[in-house]
Design a protein around this ligand. Structure first.
Ligand code: ZN
Length: 491
């Protein structure tokens, strides 16, 4: 279909132009940022809900408006492909974007995956939102604009990540998220190594009535999984109960709340137990799945705490064979009680385990990444503004000891490249310690102010990325291409 919009003199992003029900939509770039354009027959109801300047073009009404929340919301209403939906059991990847401008790069990477991986572009944990001063609606809208700019037509999900309270659920539901990742990590009991049987019994009896041992119906059961016999004897179940009982209670409460407030809004649930100190054993996985199912929770994916170390923005640390053996059992349990997907959190840059993850989950997998897109932004800055990256790195080194508190990471300042010895700034982004140091300090870098009105970095940071957006997208496309290849290759 010929496009009338292209005969205007507007500087359109070519891929953004879409004609839907005789109305054309597009995105134009200008000095002051991008703008939405809508070209519709006079009196078309398609223009309702948009804000902007109205003029006449070729016997039609032309609206040029800002990238506002109102216009993002109206776009989603008018163009169904922009609405997040349920991705079900499809192999999927979540590509969190802390800056709000990475989505076009993510779209390009996913486009290469031949439709074999369903993407989530709007994804942010409440912790990340707090650290970057964003809210769920902004996260959703930024992703919408990015998807629209690239003209992506496939299904998309939207992940409200690591939700800890019912307030978190409400805020994300209002913003239109469809995947709710419930994180009961604060309720997991990690200190039970030295507990004897009697202590375990006492602690288990203190759990709520519907979680008592008799109710589980697991005592004495055996499961033959991947050639391994798992015997659920009393000490094993009691340990699982004490470690995860309160967490199960919390998931049930959160899920019940979600069900009530969602009403007709479609949603799916992920359960994340990845941010615990100790790995989730196979018996514990069975206990968790059994109890959640028994208590009426339905979930699409589960993130256990796997063996080995999953640090942010760097490859897997540990024995890949041991990981695979552990994974094979978790995957079999997920098929037995579901099927549901296994979700790999801190999933960015785990190149050494993607092939075994893809194979053992048989496609029932979700990869969750967040900070690696921020690191690619820094790589882009390193290539275009060495002074700025030097300032950021210097600041990150100062902030590191404070900012690393809530993360499991092993970077050491002493091992990171010294400021005055760096000549290859993009290369800094390939050094283990520097990557982690830069990764965990993102919140400080993006929100530090010189005074009330002036950012230390934020404005310059975003300006550089906006004026080098094609380079940023290319860096993202390359980097995510490496993430996606093991999940989309022909066997
Ligand atoms: Zn996680």
């Amino acid at each position: 279909m010929t496009s009338l919009l292209t005969s205007t003199n507007l500087a359109l992003y070519p891929k953004s132009i879409v004609n839907y029900q005789d109305v054309e939509y597009g995105l134009v770039h200008s000095q002051s940022g991008s703008q939405l354009v809508v070209l519709a027959p006079h009196y078309s109801t398609a223009l309702e809900g948009f804000e902007g300047e109205i003029s006449e073009f070729n016997d039609r009404t032309l609206l040029v408006g800002p990238q506002s929340a109102l216009n993002a919301s109206s776009l989603r209403t008018h163009l169904p492909c922009l609405q997040p939906r349920l991705l079900g059991l499809n192999t999927s990847i979540g590509m969190g974007d802390r800056l709000g401008i990475a989505t076009p790069g993510h779209v390009r990477a996913v486009s290469e995956a031949k439709g074999r991986i369903a993407p989530i572009f709007a994804q942010q944990s409440i912790r990340e939102m707090t650290r970057t001063g964003r809210n769920p609606q902004q996260v959703m809208d930024d992703a919408t604009w990015g998807v629209f700019e690239e003209g992506w037509q496939g299904a998309i999900g939207a992940d409200a990540d690591h939700l800890k309270t019912t307030d978190d659920i409400d805020a994300c539901l209002a913003a239109g998220f469809t995947l709710f990742t419930i994180d009961p990590g604060d309720y997991v009991e990690n200190n039970l190594q030295s507990d004897g049987l009697n202590t375990l019994i006492e602690k288990a009896e203190r759990l709520s009535a519907n979680l008592q041992l008799k109710k589980t119906d697991l005592l004495g059961k055996t499961f033959d999984i991947e050639g391994i016999r798992l015997v659920l004897d009393e000490p094993t179940i009691l340990k699982a109960m004490v470690k995860y009982g309160k967490a199960i209670d919390h998931v049930v409460t959160m899920n019940e709340h979600l069900r009530q407030v969602a009403k007709n809004h479609p949603f799916e649930v992920e359960i994340s137990m990845d941010e615990t100190e100790l790995p989730t054993s196979p018996a514990e996985h069975i206990y968790i799945a059994n109890e959640l199912q028994r208590l009426g929770v339905t979930w699409i994916s589960f993130a256990p705490r796997f063996v080995g170390r999953f640090e942010k923005g760097v490859d897997y640390i540990g024995d890949v064979c041991a990981f695979e053996a552990d994974l094979a059992i978790h995957a079999a349990i997920a098929r037995l009680f579901g099927p549901y997907k296994l979700s790999l959190h801190s999933g960015s840059d785990k190149f050494s385990i993607y092939p075994v993850f893809a194979e053992n989950t048989q496609g029932f997998s979700h990869i969750k990444t967040a900070g690696t897109s921020y690191l690619e932004a820094l790589r882009t800055i390193a290539a275009t503004d060495p002074d700025l990256i030097r300032e950021i790195y210097s600041f990150a080194l100062e902030r590191f000891e404070t900012d690393k508190q809530s993360y499991f990471i092993s970077a050491q300042i002493i091992k990171a490249p010294k400021l005055d010895r760096i000549s290859d700034w993009p290369g800094l982004l390939d050094q283990f310690d520097a990557r982690e140091i830069l990764h965990v300090t993102f919140g400080s870098v993006l929100t530090e102010k010189v005074d009330v009105a002036k950012w230390l970095f934020y404005d310059r940071f975003m300006d550089i990325l906006r004026s080098n957006r094609e380079l940023y997208y290319r860096n993202l496309e390359n980097h995510f291409g490496r993430h996606l290849a093991p999940f989309s290759s022909d066997k």
